[in-house]
Design a binder for this molecule. Structure first.
Ligand code: DGJ
Length: 714
């Protein structure tokens, strides 16, 4: 009896003192991220994958791995967090102390998990924002120092994700100036694969801050489980993919901690960059659709707004222009039928006129020798001609030959006692300095105040940080890379607050800088200085996995004279269309064709810019390429096909569509034809079923040949 009572007592004690593992659920329509709070307070990532149908199964989920590992608590592999505390203790042991979930808006929930170190006063909060309909999760971390003295934060990842699968296939996007976002896929095996940047301002010049991770086996457009991840940080980033001895993969994403150790003062909180990801169990296409929808609805500046077609003068004139030349080019813009004329580099500097890239940068007053009546006359001319006027700036940079450098050498990133190293003859302003931030804001604000007609900015950034030393930060030099980007965001935020609808293009000598945090402040980005349409097929293809077409600026130029203006325009029409060419470089027929192509583009913008993209034939896998945009209601579509370099004897295969309604009938019509060009692709109707099973014989064996086909529901 006594024994029985003791046993019952023990059981009761166990039942009350042993908490059941608590689950924290971050859920979207198709994804589940399930975290587990163990009875000792440790937080693990129990599940990440396709949404589980029955919550009753949750009890069977394994513990998984520690969700956010810390130096000292687990020393074998790269941790997410590495801190030396005020007392010199280099270890951190985090335990869950609470979590909350709240709605941020329709279909958007934020979960915040709070953890504290067991011994040192330190709070870490991991934020997860789930976009239900779009299947995107945004996550970041806050690190709060509650110690009486400062602490050293040596590594501060935004996110750590774990996988235990039979195989991992990583697709990376890397390149350089003029061959951005080239794709390579490789299997991951034991050890580390790191993708990172140390370039500071033009941070993505060699590698884009994004990756595709296929689980178990390589994914295709329509099959496979695949994660698309991106770091929202317009600066140095680092992704570590580490496979351990048991075959687990951890993915640690964040700002690059290289030369970026932070000193956190008492009560100071450090917020990491955002990491965004989507996970699809139906292959790449679904993942891109989700990301594109999310970007348009939640992330990109004016993501749901229209975009302007334009004529840019850069390749038409380079630095060699005057008022008359520009006004004549505006007439070209009018003839083409585009919405805007964009004045590029070379319009500023008086003591050191900008007639080349070695002078004038930083002095944002119009060069009177070139533009005696200033920018105002150009705004007036554009208005008189019925088009908008946009202007190029590069406000974070300067030449040594500039009045700005003469006046403010202390505003420039340079090592003391060393000759500065230059990139494209220029240096970088110290954006960690609030006075410099005011100056940079003033470049946009000053121009807008003086010329309220300015309707667009192209914001360039042609140099990485070459001399990472801030006169302003003094003994905190390791804060520079992060504070530079924060300074940039503070300027961009002020611009957005004051000019919320002002469209701006993010440019960095091509796309040497592009990420989704930046796109909170920019409506679009310049995908590459390489406008050879064949190269563009590859570059735009790479970016299409992450970015919707309305953000990808694509211009028609004179690059690749072997290709026709039609081929170049058809390639550019898959993105945000522009021209960077003189009409004198085009034949009469080219001009008639281009005028028609601009009209077609304007008519089809709702499909190309707002519809779903189907990558039908990859330029990486054949001598052709094809993509289609399908309206959300599936009533209309635009199909682009390209014959790049086919062999004379190769077999041609039909272009088989996807995304149509099998039960509807579609009328097909080839458009963007050269004057007098005939086509068999007209006056026929097909069912969606036929088009998606049998497809159309649209490829040819001609080199550099293209077609644009419009499909309209009958
Ligand atoms: C680099 C950009 O990518 C080009 O489009 C052009 O704006 C030049 N800079 C101007 O210097």
């Amino acid at each position: 009896m006594k024994l029985k009572a003791i046993l019952i007592g023990c059981l009761a004690l166990t039942a009350t003192s042993m908490k059941a593992d608590e689950l924290i659920k971050v859920r979207t329509q198709d994804i589940d991220l399930i975290l587990k709070v163990k009875d000792d307070g440790r937080l693990t990532q129990s599940y990440l994958g396709k949404k589980l149908r029955d919550e009753a199964d949750f009890g069977w989920l394994e513990d998984g791995r520690e969700a956010y590992t810390t130096r000292g608590a687990e020393v074998y592999f790269e941790p997410a967090l590495d801190i030396v505390h005020a007392d010199g203790n280099p270890s951190t042991f985090l335990r869950h102390t609470g979590h909350t979930t709240k709605a941020l808006g329709a279909g958007v929930q934020e979960t915040v998990v709070t953890m504290e170190d067991q011994k040192e006063p330190l709070t870490v909060r991991i934020h997860y924002v789930a976009y239900t309909q779009e299947n995107v999760i945004k996550t970041w971390t806050e690190i709060q120092n509650r110690q009486k003295k400062s602490i050293q934060v040596k590594k501060f990842a935004s996110s750590m994700l774990h996988f235990y699968r039979s195989g991992y296939y990583l697709t990376q996007f890397n390149g350089d100036w003029s061959f951005e976002a080239q794709m390579t896929t490789l299997p991951l095996a034991f050890g580390k694969k790191v993708l990172e940047s140390n370039l500071g301002s033009r941070a993505d010049m060699f590698a884009s801050p994004q990756f595709i991770l296929s689980l178990d086996q390589p994914s295709t457009e329509t099959t496979g489980e695949v994660l698309l991840g991106q770091l929202g940080w317009t600066g140095n980033f680092r992704f570590t993919f580490e496979v351990d001895q048991q075959g687990w993969l951890r993915v640690v994403s964040g700002i690059n901690n290289e030369f970026s150790e932070r000193t956190l003062q008492p009560d100071e909180t450090f917020q990491t960059a955002d990491f965004y990801f989507t996970l699809s169990s139906k292959g790449l296409e679904q993942a891109s659709h989700d990301l594109h929808d999310w970007a348009r609805r939640h992330q990109v500046k004016d993501g749901q707004g229209d975009r302007m077609t334009l004529l840019n003068n850069w390749e038409a004139t380079y630095f060699d222009f005057n008022e008359d030349k520009l006004v004549n080019l505006m007439d070209d813009a009018v003839r083409l039928g585009v919405d805007m004329f964009l004045l590029d580099d070379g319009w500023f500097g008086n003591k050191h006129p900008r007639s080349n890239d070695d002078a004038g940068l930083g002095d944002w007053q119009a060069t009177s020798a070139k533009l005696p009546n200033g920018v105002g006359r150009l705004c007036d001319a554009a208005r008189e001609k019925g088009i908008k006027f946009g202007i190029w700036i590069e406000p974070e940079m300067l030449n040594r030959r500039s009045e700005l450098f003469e006046k403010h050498p202390d505003w420039v990133l340079m090592f003391p006692n060393r000759d500065p190293q230059e990139f494209r003859n220029q240096l970088t302003l110290d954006l960690s300095n609030p006075k410099v931030q005011d100056f940079v804001f003033g470049v946009v604000d000053g121009l807008m105040t003086q010329y309220p007609d300015i309707a667009f900015f192209k914001w360039d950034c042609n140099s990485p940080i070459m001399n990472p030393y801030s006169p302003y930060l003094k003994d905190k030099q390791t804060h520079l890379y992060v504070d530079y980007v924060r300074g940039l965001y503070s300027v961009l935020e002020r611009i957005k607050q004051k000019y919320p609808r002002l469209p701006m293009m993010m440019c960095s000598g091509g796309s040497g800088r592009i990420d989704y945090k930046g796109l909170e402040y920019f409506t679009e980005f310049w995908a590459s200085d390489n406008t050879d349409p064949v190269e563009r097929l590859f570059i735009q293809y790479g970016y299409s996995f992450f970015y919707p077409s309305k953000t990808v600026c694509a211009h028609v130029t004179t690059w690749n004279k072997l290709s026709s203006v039609k081929f170049r325009t058809d390639v550019a029409s898959m993105g945000k269309l522009g021209f960077d060419i003189k009409l004198t470089d085009m034949t009469k027929d080219d001009i008639v064709y281009a005028q028609e192509a601009v009209k077609n583009y304007n008519r089809l913008k709702p499909i190309i810019l707002e519809g779903d993209l189907y990558r039908l034939v990859s330029p990486y896998q054949s001598t052709h390429a094809a993509s289609a945009y399908v309206s959300k209601d599936k009533r209309r579509a635009v199909l682009f096909t390209f014959d790049i370099q086919p062999r004379a004897v190769e077999q041609r295969h039909n272009v088989v569509l996807r995304g149509l309604d099998p039960n509807r009938r579609y009328r097909i019509q080839e458009i963007n034809l050269m004057p007098g060009q005939d086509t068999w692709v007209k006056n026929r109707t097909y069912s969606g079923d036929y088009l998606m099973n049998i497809g159309l014989d649209l490829f040819t064996l001609n080199k550099l040949n293209s077609r644009v086909v419009e499909l309209t529901e009958e």
